[in-house]
Design a protein around this ligand. Sequence first.
Ligand code: ARG
Length: 429
Amino acid sequence: MKKIIVALLIMFASSPAFGDTLYLKATAFADPLTGKMVDDPAIVIEDGKITAIGRSENLPIPEGARLIDLSGKTILPGLIDMHVHLTESPTIRGYRALGLSVHTRTIMGVAAAHKTLLGGFTTVRNVSASSYSDVALRDAITGGVIPGPRMFVSGPPVGITGGHCSDNNLLPSEYDDHGENVADGPWAMRKKVRRNIKYGVDLIKTCSTGGVFSKGTTLGAAQGTVDELTAIVEEAHARGMKVASHAHGTVGIKNALRAGVDTIEHASFLDDEAIRMAKRNGAYFSMDIYNTEYTLAEGEKNGVLEESLQKEREVGTIQRESFTKAVKAGAKVIFGTDAAIYPHGDNARQFSRMTRFGMTPVQALRAATTLAAEALGQGDNIGALTPGLYADVIAVEGDPFSDISILEQVDFVMKEGVVYKRDGKVVLH
Ligand code: ARG
């Protein structure tokens, strides 16, 4: 039955009509690959994929193609955010979030997905969600039922009893409330990884230190042993899945890298050895250096626990210093924001912080395009405007290489050849 429903969803997709050819032209193309602005670009798009790109004077409009004229605008590849939580809300935090059912969260996720897409993010990695609400969202988007970014999802994170991402420490013991993928010991961890794969995730999320937003956890304290983390990684890699580990403290960052995880989330307390290990492994740092500003300004009224605000005060500046160090050392730093801590759709606000703390605009753009696509193992599908890739295209006004903050005002959004925003306005299907 489930299979039939999925098949129906796919049949009614708002994806491009088969045989549909588009010809998109603009005034400039800000190419993250070369770091250069190209004048008068044109793209030919067939069935949602790019078939040709060049200067419009050398690339004639194919017969019967539909013209999308973005004169006055600068085009770029659709953006990728490697760390979001679409089923969480910035304004319902701490104890207030206990009242949210999975159904409510999923409906919130529908709205968040649309806002994120309209913000220019055509792909996201959703790293933890209650039950499999993120799997449901992903499938609804792929099936054309709702608009949203292409999603790669982790489902519920796998981690230790009382752990930052796997458990809920808000209630006293008589409630016996615990996260659905809490496990202790390597084999128990493997079983949870298998459970997530069974229910349709694309990657595995774990936590190797405490966190800001969890009650009773410490940023510096490691969570999970190297044995447990290695079991997660082995099991995931054997099934073709990547592993993302939340880690603030240095010991937990190194434990995760020793275990062979693919991405370190937050990476707040980096020392030279941790950076060297990541470079040796080819691991990526996904560093959410914008959200600290939102939490310190708005957190209290949104219900964030005082304990979390205190941890945020301790970590914000250090994380930014680590970001600068990692960029200087040539580590692979990808664009991940932890959207849900601040409002969905504002993801691009992080770009200006990334340039303020050490990246060039080109590096920041690559972090959210080519490098992010590579970290997802999706370099052949997304992250650039080159033939063979999906036609994920956004447009802004001006030159993002001289002022990256213009990405906060995305004017046009196309995903797989379908237009979702035009002249700054929503396009409904
Ligand atoms: N989800 C993360 C945690 O709770 C968010 C950390 C946000 N703060 C920061 N400075 N990046 O630990």
